[in-house]
Design a protein around this ligand. Structure first.
Ligand code: GRF
Length: 207
């Protein structure tokens, strides 16, 4: 079987990355994790990736300063060097520019710890508790320009229980994350789910 070549982008502990690596060990899984990229050299997930004998790369965003595009060109070059077909964001704490997203359109997935479109952005568990939500959960979606707004591939809810703290709720959601991210990647790698962004019409193209 020709497996889809996947890169996972992380900034931290990498538990979703690990879930993807574990799932991809199955013979019949349609994707393989061939590269893990972090923008932080101290991301705990890097060590876990190395233990799993996966190629890792650190592309520190700081030397690029305000030049987001230069950082993303370096990232793009690393992805192309490794012949990556799908990019999975897993706790990657950099916003990607329209250029990068257009370039990888339909081929970037993200996991968000809430039931989108509810609670986009950060601190989702705290905000769900504050809002008195009865249910919370996680979503895997295609990445589009607008943050946390792309088409949903997979989503699962968990109950919010009496006495929940941010930590207990986060732990319940994380279990779901680890289940649905491999499921969503499978669907995309098998071509069962596709996303094609609308084409932008270029008027008066120069030739
Ligand atoms: C997860 O909660 C994910 O949904 C969010 O960032 C967190 C990353 O955790 N985008 P981990 O690094 O995968 O453990």
């Amino acid at each position: 079987m020709n497996k889809t070549r996947v890169a996972v982008l992380i900034s931290g502990r990498g538990s979703n990355m690990t879930a993807l690596i574990e799932a991809a060990k199955a013979k019949d899984y349609p994707a393989e994790i061939v590269l893990v990229v972090s923008n932080r050299a101290d991301a705990a997930g890097l060590a876990r990736a190395r233990e799993a004998a996966i190629t890792t790369a650190v592309i520190d965003h700081r030397p690029f300063g305000e030049d987001r595009q230069a950082f993303e060109h370096a990232l793009d070059a690393e992805l192309r060097k490794n012949r990556i077909e799908i990019v999975c964001l897993a706790g990657f704490m950099r916003l990607l520019s329209p250029w990068f997203i257009a370039h990888w359109s339909g081929r970037i997935l993200n996991i968000h710890p809430a039931l989108l479109p509810e609670f986009k952005g950060l601190d989702t568990h705290r905000r769900a508790l504050e809002a008195g939500a009865k249910r919370h959960g996680a979503t895997v979606h295609f990445v589009v320009e607008e943050t946390d707004a792309g088409p949903v591939i997979r989503q699962q809810s968990v109950p919010v229980l009496q006495g929940d703290t941010e930590e207990t709720l986060a732990a319940r959601v994380l279990e779901v994350e680890h289940r649905i991210y491999p499921e969503a990647l499978r669907l995309v790698a098998e071509g069962q789910v596709k996303f094609a962004a609308p084409q932008i019409e270029i008027k008066n193209p120069r030739v």
